[in-house]
Design a protein around this ligand. Structure first.
Ligand SMILES: NC(=O)c1ccc[n+]([C@@H]2O[C@H](COP(=O)([O-])OP(=O)(O)OC[C@H]3O[C@@H](n4cnc5c(N)ncnc54)[C@H](OP(=O)(O)O)[C@@H]3O)[C@@H](O)[C@H]2O)c1
Length: 259
């Protein structure tokens, strides 16, 4: 099969773990040069080394930055500005999920959630706009939670932030389309990552068992997702195969939201 992202330059936020790492690995396999961003420099370096071992002849760079802060967003802008070649692919993936009851959501949780899930996607994209190539692809990692809830998994704050990201995706597709820039979102179902494990670890055993049973009977394909399940869609949206695809919110969820 032809290499689909040969020579393209991609930036993946949250590219050191989970879904973002799987997307970065898939992009590298398809020949893209990478800049991955996260907070923990050690995790970034481990990811870089693992991808470098694949030896695809691609450059893999890392940037440690907290995207929930304006300094972190500035750092991304400065790093990309240093390059004399435009960026072809931007994946706004870093996110945080507070699955807590509406009445207990704190102002700090609200602020953190919007800072990373919405503000970072908005302003990282704005900062990088002058450095995007004509034909660039922006991919926002949303969630099924924007539109579909799970019993006993209170999601008002998370759902609100991902709904906002979906609106940003559609409005930017409209606004940036005339410049040849495509903007799409992927809405994954439940994916087995550190984020997911962290969100269930404090539930009582009974609630964990109930959740597992709910997932097994609710996902038509009978299992939750793996990070690599999301990466395939990201490669497609990043590639020229999707040259006329913009403004879409693509479910990658084993059929969950079909029901
Ligand atoms: N897992 C799921 O079930 C699921 C389902 C639907 C949608 N999603 C969405 O998919 C995206 C990725 O989730 P995931 O499950 O792969 O998460 P994850 O395994 O926790 O990985 C998150 C990544 O983002 C980075 N990150 C976190 N906070 C950051 C910050 N403030 N600044 C910069 N980087 C930061 C992390 O590195 P550091 O910690 O080192 O910063 C890590 O690389 C999120 O937007 C999430 O909402 C996840």
């Amino acid at each position: 099969m032809a290499i689909r992202l040969q020579g393209k330059r991609a930036l993946v936020t949250g590219g050191s773990d989970g879904i973002g790492l799987a997307i970065a690995e898939a992009f590298a396999r398809e020949g893209a040069h990478l800049l991955i961003v996260g907070r923990d420099a050690g995790k970034l370096e481990t990811a870089r080394r693992t991808m470098a071992r694949q030896d695809r002849g691609v450059a893999i760079e890392t940037l440690s930055a907290d995207l929930a802060t304006s300094a972190g967003i500035d750092a991304v802008g400065s790093r990309v500005r240093q390059s004399d070649r435009p960026l072809d692919i931007l994946v706004n993936n870093a996110g945080v999920a507070y699955l807590v009851p509406f009445e207990t959501v704190s102002a700090e949780q609200f602020q953190n959630s919007f800072a990373l899930n919405v503000t970072a996607a908005f302003f990282v994209t704005q900062r990088l706009l002058p450095h995007l190539s004509a034909g660039a692809s922006i991919i926002n990692i949303s969630s099924y939670f924007a539109n579909k809830m799970i019993p006993k998994r209170p999601s008002s704050l998370y759902s609100l932030s991902k709904g906002a990201l979906n609106s940003l995706t559609k409005s930017l597709a409209f606004e940036l389309g005339p410049r040849g820039i495509r903007v799409n979102a992927i809405a994954p179902g439940t994916i087995d990552t550190a984020m997911r494990r962290k969100s269930i670890v404090n539930l009582p055993a009974e609630a964990q068992a109930e959740l597992k049973a709910y997932v097994e009977r609710s996902y038509p394909l009978g299992r939750i997702g793996r990070p690599s399940d999301v990466a395939g869609m990201a490669v497609h949206l990043a590639s020229d195969e999707a040259a006329w695809t913009s403004g879409g919110i693509f479910a990658v969820d084993g059929g969950y939201t079909a029901g």
